[in-house]
Design a protein around this ligand. Sequence first.
Ligand code: GLY
Ligand code: MN
Ligand code: MN
Length: 432
Amino acid sequence: MDIKVFKRRRRGVMQLMGEGIAIIPTSPEQHRSGDQTFKFRTDSDFYYLTRFPEPESIAVLMPEQEKFILFCRERDAEKETWNGRREGIDGAIDNYHADEAFPIDKFDDMLPGLLENQPKVFCNMGRYPHFDEKLIEAVTSLKSRKRAGVSAPAELVDIGPILHELRLIKRSEELRIMRRAAKITSRAHHRAMKVCKPGMFEYQIQAEVEHEFLHSGCMGPAYHSIVAGGENACILHYIENTNELKDGELLLIDAGGELDHYASDITRTFPINGKFSGEQKAVYDIVLAAQLAAIEESKAGKQWNEPHDISVKIITEGLVDIGLLKGNPDDLIENQDYKRFYMHRIGHWLGMDVHDVGDYKVDNIWRLLEPGMVMTIEPGIYINPAKDIDSKWHNIGIRIEDNVLITKNGPEIITDVVKTTDDIEHFMAQGD
Ligand code: GLY
Ligand code: MN
Ligand code: MN
């Protein structure tokens, strides 16, 4: 993405801050085992403002001077030979347009000076508790210098509400990436459907899906891929992916590629042998009807909960129709009896984080959908075995998830994977 975009974002954040100073670190590297770390993934807020990809870096924004300072690692020939290139101080200025850049090792010493006489400090409160402590300590030490005429910030302010409202509304340069991530992810799900057959293992399907992500230029999966055969589909966040796929059972795949720090998030559920049973189809059609109605409801001006509410209504009525719930649908909804089978909400914001930032309520009221928001619509039905449920329904777990952009002309589904039972069966039989 063009570096000018990042300058525009910083300017937008600084305008909303008005005064004070913002201090935003990237994420710490995480220990994995022995002397290995997990592959580094930058903090989304930090990256949104800087495009700077390296660990051990901190962005500072000062609206009154319209200044952007970057603390980062210095160049080091030996370390770069072992662990990869570094931008260094000159790179931070030349390639990332920092007004000033300093070595990260100098940050602690420079912090009190940066905070001096600032009315407030904006930070990502609670994200990195150790870093918050460091800021509080620096503010406290400044307070003790009052008699020397130094004033300390009187407020620590969470920058989330400012930054996350900006991130919630996607602009064209972000949508270009998200559409492409959605396209790659759609292809990955089709690839899985094409190769799937009884006797394969869940991890082999995972490999097919993630192959498509990497082969198409994604950084990898945006979250741990869920490849859940049979009863595993009833575990919402099943990520072991170790079991054999059995003839006659369903496979639920919830997987999305991460492209240039933007996530895609698709779920499809399909028969391992290519043919839905009567019971599987009956449940699938309820989930699909709920999903289509919820997408239809995802329009600018509607409240966030309206797509969820319509999905609850359709799923509850459907479960009554097939005899899994008994009683009046309105009462079953009122008493939340449907939650035995549909225990999560309809979806979430989607963006740089798979469960992206942005509030769902404003002043304690569900917020209105606006053009530029991207969300998932992902209803599901999960039937755990129980004595009061005929065994023919046992272990059916179905979720259908697409990514939807709110536009002024209605919802735009940016993901594109076969979805009706007929289309899935046809696709699996023909392989095209
Ligand atoms: N895969 C995470 C989610 O669908 O929310
Ligand atoms: Mn998902
Ligand atoms: Mn999701």
